[in-house]
Design a binder for this molecule. Sequence first.
Ligand code: NAP
Length: 227
Amino acid sequence: MKNIVIIGGSKGIGNAILLQQLETNAVYNISRNAPEIEHANLKHFSLDVLQDALPEIESIDTLIYCPGSINLKPIGSLSIEDFRTDFEINVIGAVKAIQKYLPTLKKGTDPSIVLFSTVAVKLGMPYHASIATAKAGIEGLVKSLGAELASVVRINAIAPTITETTLAAGILRNDRMKENMVERHPMKGYLKPEEVASMANFLISENAKSISGQIFEMDYGIVTFKI
Ligand SMILES: NC(=O)c1ccc[n+]([C@@H]2O[C@H](COP(=O)([O-])OP(=O)(O)OC[C@H]3O[C@@H](n4cnc5c(N)ncnc54)[C@H](OP(=O)(O)O)[C@@H]3O)[C@@H](O)[C@H]2O)c1
């Protein structure tokens, strides 16, 4: 049984990972709200990753950091504070968790870290300046730490396109917006959290033991294809 720390497992992609992992592994969830499920393999810590001290956890094999933001505005409407806020929750929170748990993680079995980027780092999209800047930081972190920890801890990121979670609810708020989103993607779809969770589950598994320092686009073709 592996010990998996999920920051942000109360909803969205993190919750889908938590639900897929609970039957076989011990899951430690950290988020402001508790996940709806209770389970013998689940321990929950209610806290704000930016404001509060992270709890001590004795044994860790995997760290997954999910908190993020979607703050889409023209550059003239984005304040410096918007950039700071997005950088804090997307990057600084992840750095804080990695620094806290790395010494424990290093003693784990096939230890690994999974972070989240976005397709908006590789595909220029209007109004994404703040989030793309922050997530580019995540991609840099994955490359640099991948090298620094190469023989010790694996670290990868998933860069999803739009995924049906509460974070994206405003962008998918009615049937017309959902249909438009399907049409924008060459492969005619967008992500369900369970699809992203399956990729995370692969990346933290033994089957991915050769993989580190990589960014995995899950893009329904939006970055990869021009049709
Ligand atoms: N959804 C998309 O379309 C999409 C697209 C591209 C990339 N991504 C990235 O994928 C990742 C997951 O996205 P998602 O859609 O699953 O997000 P989500 O539905 O908003 O879930 C985020 C999770 O993080 C927790 N969280 C947020 N702020 C926190 C804080 N300050 N302290 C502790 N926990 C906090 C939330 O729990 P509480 O609210 O209970 O604290 C929740 O469990 C993010 O990094 C996002 O940027 C998402």
